[in-house]
Ligand binder design. Structure first.
Ligand SMILES: [Ca+2]
Length: 343
């Protein structure tokens, strides 16, 4: 491959990964390209998908807008985001031909398809009152905090009488953008903390490698700990689960072949985890006294404690030793093979 092309491909790949990572951190328009449906379609051509095609232009007869049928008294438009999201806000691009038609609107979020019985679990995101939104403007509606689901429905009521043959009150949308971040529904047997799910394997003991395979079998991987909060959550749960047993639990940190560098199994996690104490580096660690710094064959992280009255901390364990283990799955981890399968 020619060098320029290689560089270009590398830049494209990296920027794609960056955008994908940023989208999880910042929240972006997750509706574009999603599956959309509506209660009816005016003249059969102003279809629901036109509000998620990425064209936010508001000129009705030139850009790509939706329009429900004139005889539809309770029109609605629904988008399926494909998986559960924490919904922050919606931006509606209202056509120049709206002429007072964007009024009495209710935006609701559902865990399951409202068209097939999911309507009972509606969460109200936001409303537009009887005063219409101005034509050819964009309006952003912030959802009630904690709004979460896979389906968003925009429905309209209190339709006004038809003024002319060609002007009926209906639901018209040039584009709907949804600012949201993916959420994860924990698989059976997993416990939630923040936006991750954890499986505390306390009934089997395995080597670090077999423990990792066991996690992967469930679409997860050994836990990657990126913050003090996450570390405290796991330590707290381990204290409860272990009780008076002298157990240790593997997590997803291991030492590279240089016998010095500790590395999380998730490449996106913080790098450069400092070796044992004193922990003066900026990266996060929680080594037990005397741990994390030897150059021997102790290459895998286990949560352990010197006695059952002590708190769990990080211990550098020989990877071939048997231990219990903690698995994790989140919207972004593991990246393969099944990190995005969990719903
Ligand atoms: Ca459009």
């Amino acid at each position: 491959m020619e060098l320029n092309r290689r560089i270009s491909l590398l830049v494209t790949t990296l920027s794609g990964k960056l955008i994908s990572l940023l989208s999880f951190v910042l929240g972006v328009n997750v509706a574009q390209g999603a599956t959309a449906t509506q209660s009816s379609t005016w003249r059969g051509v102003y279809t629901a998908d036109r509000a998620v095609d990425g064209n936010t232009g508001k000129i009705f007869f030139r850009d790509t807008c939706t329009h429900t049928a004139c005889n539809n008294q309770n029109p609605y438009w629904t988008v399926n985001l494909g998986r559960t999201h924490n919904i922050n806000s919606l931006t509606i691009h209202n056509p120049d031909q709206a002429r007072g038609r964007l009024h009495d609107v209710k935006i609701e979020v559902f865990a399951t398809d409202p068209a097939t019985g999911g309507g009972a679990g509606a969460q109200l995101c936001a409303t537009i009152g009887s005063t219409p939104v101005a034509s050819a403007t964009s309006t952003t509606l912030t959802c009630t905090t904690g709004t979460k689901g896979q389906y968003i429905r925009i429905s309209k009521s209190n339709l006004q009488p038809t003024h002319f043959n060609f002007f009926c009150d209906a639901l018209l949308l040039c584009e709907v953008e949804v600012d949201a971040t993916p959420a994860v529904n924990c698989p059976m047997g997993f416990e939630r903390n923040q936006d991750s799910c954890y499986y505390f394997a306390d009934d089997f003991v395995e080597s670090w490698f077999t423990a990792r395979l066991a996690c992967q079998t469930m679409g997860a991987d050994l836990a990657v700990i990126e913050s003090q909060d996450e570390n405290n959550f796991i330590k707290g749960r381990l204290a409860t689960i272990a009780g008076s047993n002298k157990w240790s639990f593997y997590a997803g940190l291991h030492k590279l072949n240089d016998q010095m560098t500790w590395k999380w199994i998730d490449p996106k996690a913080v790098t450069g985890v400092p070796s044992g104490p004193p922990n003066t580096a900026s990266a996060f660690s929680d080594w037990r006294s005397g741990q994390g710094s030897d150059t021997q064959a102790s290459h895998c992280l286990a949560f352990d404690r010197p006695n059952t009255n002590a708190v769990f901390q990080w211990y550098d364990e020989r990877c071939s030793n048997n231990g219990r283990y903690v698995c994790e799955v989140s919207p972004t981890f593991p990246t393969s093979p099944c990190g995005k399968c969990a719903k």
